[in-house]
Ligand binder design. Structure first.
Ligand code: AMP
Ligand code: MG
Length: 649
């Protein structure tokens, strides 16, 4: 036993806890040990409100279904023995009884030998009858009789009482999840309410001075609160009842008050943000004061998700998810969903898995279980899993990926060509109709929009021009959008086509210098003069592009070996260049005209870049490819591209 820490030791203790990173398995084990077993509260719910909940007890059928012997067809209730000798050449004559048994009508008359009673589908079979003949198999014989030319076996077209559900039979077991089919069974038995495990009430709090709620104005340096919405939705998807309590600033007193209030009315508390060791690192300090035993794990060997904090305060789980939305979601699904589902009485989540080949090497950090989101496409020998390389801060990688693969903590990479197990986000693989892999351009969405409206699933994976060409050669995509300048021939794209690929002209994008409107240093200049002016002013900061980008080649040519301030700022997208200039982090950079205009920047045109498609000839006849080519050539797409500032080829 060590002595309890004194207040002045707090900071160093926190530091120590964070440095003591647990393996994923150890963290799960400790969290489970602190939470389970536990009593699961239950409650009665009306059928309609029970959807998605787990039954808290077995349900026994209180009645037979159907409750009586019931006709399955429209026809006549008969005695099968009367028809034993019936045949094409030997019609049997039956006199009709003086009643018609409709649905909901209880029969009054007995079916005596030589008679039949008209009966509707769902009508109760009358006394004396043991079979039903279909109306189509009879002929009228005067007003009050029929002729039957085929025999009927006993029980023909009759559903016997209790044949569907027998009274006293176990209808549903405790723990079954109530879905529409279960609701149907319960309703058929006349059950209006069932006892279900009460949904755990989960309070959700976002933390951070920078957070603004969707719908509100974004102030400078602020970002929209993504975790609040996504965590609350994921809780509801997994059997919990989430209450989102908003974003709380990084203020110890305010946060503590909010956490205490939240815990008072909830079974579980999920926070996000504030777990890294920044100035706003408060929540885990507060947890120590909220109840015993407090923090179970702070720092788990997961990637993304290392700063995850797991705690139990007076029996209630308190979780602090990492701030980055994708990190938050991975840790939530991997570590918190199992706990939530157990608290909701639900069975563990059964995720669908598929195997897929990884076409590129994926580097991984040694010592951390790493999750990598992937998009699936169909390759020649099966599924191919493309890692979406956007990093843990990216939310789109989550929404657009099909699933994820896991790289073991003991591996420092997953080699290219590995057969990996992919956990799907949805129960089935969504195989896209059209696969586009290569360089991304906002114009692409304008061309594929009509395809999506026509119900074709288009998958577009941004891996850059060269990556796209490689994918096309391997037959993993239909089209690879490229914009590659060839120095030798001074032409775009065509020199890069390998065998089996053909060029489909796309559109032209004007590249040029962006600056803030009103910046006198650039007013009225051409591109070369503008760069000269910028180089002549030591206070003028540029923003560059990443190595390998077509734009970078143009910039380096213009700079002619100069390395002005800002040269090493090398973002990977046209939009990032425009944002850097618009937000005064840089004064000039190079981007494409549509992005410059959308950002409201001044633009000096330099040269037109060709954005074309390398089409896999073998796939040309596929309907989705034809639909794409039609869309590309259509007046609508061309007009849309022009409106956005592109020039269709
Ligand atoms: P923190 O753990 O608070 O240092 O947050 C790490 C990163 O995640 C920072 O870039 C935060 O701005 C970001 N972040 C934290 N909370 C949220 C949230 N609710 N929505 C979106 N981003 C967030
Ligand atoms: Mg924060």
């Amino acid at each position: 036993m060590t002595t309890p820490p004194q207040p002045q030791d707090r900071a160093s203790l926190d530091q120590e806890q964070f440095l003591k990173i647990l393996s994923r398995e150890e963290a799960v084990r400790r969290f489970d040990d602190a939470l389970f077993p536990r009593a699961l509260p239950s409650e009665m719910r009306k059928l309609a409100d029970a959807l998605g909940s787990a039954l808290a007890e077995d349900v026994t059928a209180p009645i037979d279904v159907p409750p009586f012997d019931r006709s399955n067809v429209d026809g006549f209730a008969v005695r099968s023995a009367d028809l034993a000798a019936a045949g094409e050449a030997a019609p049997v004559h039956l006199v009709l009884n003086d009643e018609v048994i409709a649905c909901g009508t209880a029969p009054k008359l007995q079916v005596a030998s030589g008679t039949a009673t008209p009966i509707a589908t769902g009508g109760p079979v009358p006394r004396g009858a043991d079979a039903v003949v279909m109306v189509e198999h009879t002929q009228p014989a005067g007003a009050q009789a029929i002729e039957v030319r085929r025999s009927a076996s006993p029980g023909q077209f009759v559903s016997y009482a209790g044949s569907d559900i027998a009274r006293g039979e176990a209808l549903l077991r405790a723990g079954s999840v109530v879905g529409s089919r279960e609701i149907g069974m319960l309703a058929a038995c006349g059950i209006a309410e069932v006892r279900v495990s009460r949904k755990p009430r989960v309070a959700v709090i976002s933390t951070g001075d920078e957070l603004v709620q969707p719908g509100e104005m974004l102030s400078p340096a602020a970002i929209y609160d993504t975790n609040g919405a996504i965590v609350a939705a994921a809780i509801n998807e997994n059997g919990g009842a989430a209450t989102f309590l908003g974003a709380i600033p990084d203020d110890e007193a305010k946060l503590e008050a909010a956490m205490r209030r939240a815990l008072a009315g909830a079974d579980m508390l999920v926070l996000s943000g504030g777990t890294s060791k920044g100035a706003g690192d408060l929540s885990h300090r507060i947890i120590g004061r909220l109840g015993k035993p407090g923090i179970i794990a702070h720092g788990v060997a997961l990637k993304p998700g290392k700063p995850l904090c797991l705690a139990v305060c007076d029996g209630k789980p308190v979780v602090i998810l990492p701030g980055f939305p994708t990190s938050a979601m991975f840790t939530f699904h991997d570590m918190i969903v199992p706990v939530l589902r157990r608290m909701a009485g639900l069975p563990p989540r059964a995720d669908a898995m598929v195997s897929a080949k990884v076409p590129v090497r994926i580097a991984s950090e040694l010592g951390r279980t790493e999750f990598v989101m992937v998009s699936l496409v169909e390759g020649k020998g099966g599924l191919i899993a493309y890692p979406s390389g956007k990093g843990s801060g990216a939310i789109t990688s989550f929404a657009q990926a099909d699933g994820f693969l896991r790289i073991d903590a003991l591996a420092d990479q997953m080699p290219s060509g590995t057969d990996a197990e992919v956990t799907l986000f949805t129960p089935h693989v969504r195989v896209p109709d059209l696969v586009i892999i290569g360089s991304h351009c906002s114009g692409l969405d304008l061309v594929t929009a009509p395809l999506a409206r026509a119900g074709l699933a288009v998958r577009s994976i941004a891996v850059g021009s060269l990556g796209g060409l490689a994918a096309a050669r391997r037959g993993e995509c239909d089209l690879a959008p490229i914009h590659l300048f060839d120095d030798k021939t001074e032409t775009y794209n065509t020199p890069y086509l390998a065998e089996g690929l053909e060029l489909v002209p796309g559109w032209r994008r004007m590249q040029g210098i962006v600056f803030r409107k009103g910046d006198k240093r650039f007013a009225g200049l051409g591109a070369k003069e503008a760069v000269a002016a910028a180089l002549g002013d030591p206070a003028c900061i540029m923003v560059n592009r990443n190595q390998g980008a077509g734009t970078r080649i143009l910039i380096d040519r213009l700079l002619g070996g100069a390395r002005p301030e800002g040269y090493w700022n090398q973002p990977r997208s046209h939009n990032a260049v425009a944002a850097a200039v618009a937000q005064h982090r840089a004064d000039w950079g190079m981007t494409i005209a549509p992005v410059a205009h959308a950002t409201g920047l001044g633009f000096i045109p330099l040269t037109e870049e060709h954005y074309d498609f390398a089409l896999v000839t073998a796939r040309k006849q596929r309907p989705a490819v034809q639909a794409f080519l039609d869309a590309l050539a259509s007046d609508d797409s061309r007009a849309a591209l022009e409106r956005a500032g592109f020039r269709p080829a």
